[in-house]
Design a protein around this ligand. Structure first.
Ligand code: FAD
Length: 341
């Protein structure tokens, strides 16, 4: 790649601005776009460049004001019925065209299902690299490049990755790694409408139906309260205690990998390094020991409440409140008390 870049003579100075892909889901703005705008603002200011949002959808223009309120100086808007749902072909063409025309220096996407699909497709077409699944962003002091941080070698090291030769510097970032900025609705910015270049023949896949397997109880990334169970729940039937407490609190249900591997909960509930990264206001860890790989997914929770019968369990080191006891006894009492509120 380095050699190719030199021979291709990429003029890096032609690439400016920090871009954030503002992901929509069924017409709704996903929080990850706002989280990345908040963090992108810091990068843009450190680089002395503008922060721009990329908004693609059908009738999504009203969302631009949310992007401005979250810190965007400009929003590139591509609209059309072909963008009503995420389509790999249509969205790849739109993003690739925007990058080739306007040349951003940095392009951030959420490490969501859509972002993980779209990011690599676009990176490949614009001939740059992509750092996937980042958990940290910063500026490398020596080079001024974006320093992308992500776990590597099974989570044993945190790797910092730079993209010196190609542009844009691209990466996907896990949802909930950064907090959403406080919106400032007095802010406004430049709305740049870009005509869609997608032709009907470009779209090779057709959305036939949407079958929802994920209800509120597994929408972990957006949840403000999560009740998670681990191997200490002892058997799958006992997860009903977790579900009841989550239900009483209007929260989502999480699980450790041990509980998922045992088949007690589907993988989409898994929290941790190889599961989801979450950042709720309150995280209950029930019968979870607190292995480093689990903590990697929940340590940015505001308040952690741990229930474990082993007073020396490592989870108590990160817990704000700890209950040493049997989950089978403690959980029903908590549920009953919260239901009274
Ligand atoms: P355990 O470690 O077995 O802990 C069970 C806990 O329950 C114990 O502390 C015990 O005291 C307590 N307990 C038992 N009975 C009761 C009771 N009746 N009442 C109260 N407490 C009780 N793990 C993840 O969670 N997410 C990941 O994404 C993840 N990714 C990984 C990636 C890699 C590469 C590797 C190597 C591992 C990964 N793991 C992950 C696994 C991780 O290392 C741990 O094995 C796992 O988190 C343990 O799950 P646990 O805490 O439920 O089980």
């Amino acid at each position: 790649r380095e050699e190719e870049a030199k021979t291709a003579g990429i003029d890096k100075s032609a690439y400016r601005d920090v871009w954030v892909y503002i992901e929509m889901n069924e017409g709704q703005l996903r929080n990850v776009g706002l989280e990345l705008l908040g963090e992108g603002r810091k990068l843009a200011e450190a680089m002395g460049q503008r922060l721009c949002g990329v908004l693609i959808g059908d009738n999504v223009e009203p969302v631009a004001k949310e992007a401005f309120a979250a810190g965007a100086d400009a929003v590139y808007l591509v609209e059309g019925p072909e963008y009503a749902h995420y389509s790999p072909d249509a969205f790849t063409i739109a993003c690739t065209d925007l990058i080739k025309t306007y040349k951003p220096s940095v392009f951030l996407l959420g490490a969501t299902n859509d972002g993980r699909d779209l990011g690599p497709r676009v990176a490949c077409r614009v001939e740059t690299g992509l750092t996937a699944d980042c958990t940290g962003l910063g500026i490398d002091e020596q080079t001024g490049l974006v320093a992308w941080t992500r776990p590597a070698f099974g989570g044993n090291i945190m790797a910092t990755i730079l993209c010196p030769e190609h542009r844009p510097q691209m990466g996907t970032v896990r949802p909930k790694v950064f907090k959403k900025p406080q919106p400032d609705y007095s802010r406004s910015g430049e709305l740049i409408r870009v005509a869609s270049k997608v032709r009907p023949t470009d779209i090779r896949t057709k959305l036939v139906d949407v079958i929802k397997v994920c209800t509120a109880s597994c929408n972990l990334e957006e949840a403000e309260i999560i009740v998670s169970g681990g191997r200490g729940m002892c058997k799958p039937e006992n997860f009903v205690l977790i579900e009841e407490l989550a239900d009483a609190l209007g929260g989502a249900v999480g699980a450790s990998r041990a509980a998922v591997d045992a088949g007690w909960k589907p993988a989409l509930h898994q929290v941790g390094q190889t599961g989801k990264t979450v950042g709720p206001k309150i995280y209950f860890a029930c019968g979870i020991s607190g292995a480093i790989q689990h903590l990697a997914g929940m340590s940015s929770s505001d308040i952690v409440i741990a229930i474990n019968k082993d007073a020396d369990a490592p989870i108590f080191k990160v817990a704000d409140y700890g209950i040493v006891g049997d989950v089978m006894e403690v959980l029903p009492i908590l549920t009953e008390e919260f239901r009274k509120l």
